[in-house]
Write a protein that binds this ligand. Structure first.
Ligand code: DCP
Ligand code: CA
Ligand code: CA
Length: 367
C-alpha cells in the first residue's frame, strides 16, 4: 500500500461559490449562505460564506444574527437562503468530470472526492501533480469554480493536504515529507479530532499531531477507548490503508437550461436527453430508482421540486421520461403561468441495488 497515490479534491466555499457563479454581480461582496429556520426573519445559522465574508469574521454554523452584526457596516453584504437542489446539480456535473480522471473514484460529500491514481501515474508524483493541475483547470473551465487539491499516499493525508492551502490550492505531500507535514500541525487538524477530543488531548499535554504520534499508547487507549485511542495514534503517524472506493450513490440528477425562459415547454423533446442520461447512468451503477422527481429553477433563481414514488423500481428511459413529463405538465398546469422556468431537470433517488456491498465504517466516517 506504500506506493499508492491519492488525489483529494474539495471545492472552495462551495455553496457560496455556486451562488457567485449564477450571480456574477456578487463576486467581491461578502456572500453569506444561510439556513433560515423560519421562526423569526433572522433566526437560523450560517451554512457557509465566501472568503470576503470570512475575512470579516463570518464562520459556518454561527447564528445569522451574529453574521449580520459582523457585516453591519458593509452595505454590499448579501445574505441568501440555501438552495441544495442547485448545489447538488452543480456537484453532479463536477463529479462526472472528476470521474474521467480515474476509474478508482469515491465521492465523499457534495463537494469532496478522492481519486486513486496509483496505476495511471505508476507512482510518479510529477504525473499526479499534472493531473491535479488539469482537474483544477477543467472545473474552472466547465463550471467556473475553484477547488483545492491534495496529493499524497493515502486518503487521510490527501484530505489534510487539501485543507492546507485554501482557496484554489494544490498541495503535494511526498512520502518522505509526511512527518514534517503532520508533526507541527495542531492536533485539531486531524480528521476525527473534534473540539471536545481536542480539549481532552490538550489536558493531557497533547498540542500537535506530532505529540499525539509519540504519546503513550496505553494511556491513549485508557483515555479514548480501546478502539479510538490506537486508531488516533495511527492516524497521527499518517497511516491510513482505507481504499478509494465507490460509495453507494443516493441520488442522481441531470439539469438543462431552456433556450428561453418559459411558463411551459415541450416536455418530452426537451427532457428526453436527461432521461436517456439518467437511465444509462443507472445501468452503469447497476441500480434502479424508486423515486422520480423534477426540478424547476425559475427565472428569479428559486428552485422548485416535485417527486413521486414507484411501487417497482425502474431504470427504464421511457418510464423515467413519461413520469417526469407528467410531473412537469401537472406542475405547470397548477401554476397557471405564474412560474417562469429557466432550467429544468430530473432527479431520481431511493436506489435499489442489485449488488449490495458491505462497507467498512472505519475512517470513512470521519470525512
Ligand atoms: N456546510 C454547512 N454547514 C457547515 C459546514 C458546511 O451547511 N457547518 C455546507 C456548506 C459548504 C459545504 O457544506 O459550502 C461544504 O463544506 P466545507 O466544509 O467543504 O466548506 P466550504 O466548501 O464552504 O469551504 P472551504 O473553502 O473551507 O472548503
Ligand atoms: Ca469545500
Ligand atoms: Ca468539503
Amino acid at each position: 500500500m506504500n506506493d499508492r497515490i491519492v488525489i483529494a479534491v474539495d471545492l472552495d466555499y462551495f455553496f457560496a461559490q455556486c451562488e457567485e457563479v449564477r450571480r456574477p454581480e456578487l463576486s467581491g461582496k461578502p456572500v453569506v449562505v444561510c439556513v433560515f429556520s423560519g421562526r423569526t426573519e433572522e433566526s437560523g445559522a450560517v451554512s457557509t460564506s465566501n472568503y470576503v465574508a470570512r475575512k470579516l469574521g463570518v464562520k459556518s454554523g454561527m447564528p445569522i444574527v451574529t453574521a449580520k452584526r459582523m457585516l453591519k457596516t458593509n452595505p454590499d453584504a448579501v445574505f441568501l437562503p440555501v438552495d441544495h437542489e442547485y448545489y447538488r446539480a452543480v456537484s453532479e456535473k463536477i463529479m462526472q468530470t472528476l470521474r474521467t480522471f480515474s476509474e478508482v473514484f469515491e465521492q465523499v460529500s457534495v463537494d469532496e472526492a478522492f481519486l486513486d491514481v496509483s496505476s495511471i501515474t505508476k507512482g510518479n508524483y510529477e504525473i499526479a501533480h499534472d493531473i491535479g493541475r488539469k482537474i483544477k483547470a477543467q472545473i474552472v473551465e466547465t463550471e467556473k469554480l475553484t477547488c483545492s487539491v491534495g496529493i499524497a499516499k493515502n486518503k487521510l493525508l490527501a484530505k489534510m493536504a487539501t485543507d492546507f492551502r485554501k482557496p484554489d490550492g494544490l498541495t503535494i505531500i511526498q512520502p518522505d515529507e509526511v512527518q514534517g507535514f503532520m508533526n507541527p500541525l495542531p492536533v485539531g487538524k486531524l480528521p476525527g479530532v473534534g473540539p471536545k477530543t481536542e480539549q481532552r488531548m490538550k489536558a493531557l499535554g497533547i498540542e500537535t499531531i506530532g505529540d499525539l504520534a509519540l504519546f503513550d499508547q496505553e494511556l491513549l487507549a485508557r483515555e479514548f477507548g480501546r478502539n479510538l485511542g490506537p486508531n488516533l495514534a495511527t492516524l497521527a503517524q499518517g497511516v491510513d490503508n482505507e481504499p478509494v472506493q465507490e460509495r453507494e450513490q443516493e441520488q442522481l440528477s441531470r439539469i438543462i437550461t431552456l433556450k428561453r425562459d418559459a411558463t411551459k415547454f415541450d416536455f418530452q423533446s426537451e427532457i428526453r436527453p436527461l432521461a436517456t442520461d439518467i437511465s444509462l447512468k443507472l445501468g452503469s451503477l447497476k441500480s434502479k430508482c424508486r423515486v422520480i422527481g423534477i426540478i424547476v429553477i425559475t427565472s428569479d433563481l428559486k428552485t422548485k421540486s416535485r417527486a413521486l414514488t414507484l411501487d417497482t423500481p425502474t431504470d427504464s428511459e421511457n418510464q423515467i421520461l413519461a413520469l417526469s413529463s407528467d410531473l412537469f405538465r401537472t406542475y405547470f398546469e397548477t401554476e397557471q403561468g405564474n412560474i417562469t422556468a429557466r432550467r429544468v431537470g430530473i432527479r431520481v433517488s431511493n436506489f435499489a441495488s442489485s449488488e449490495v456491498e458491505s462497507k467498512n465504517p472505519n475512517l470513512s466516517d470521519f470525512f
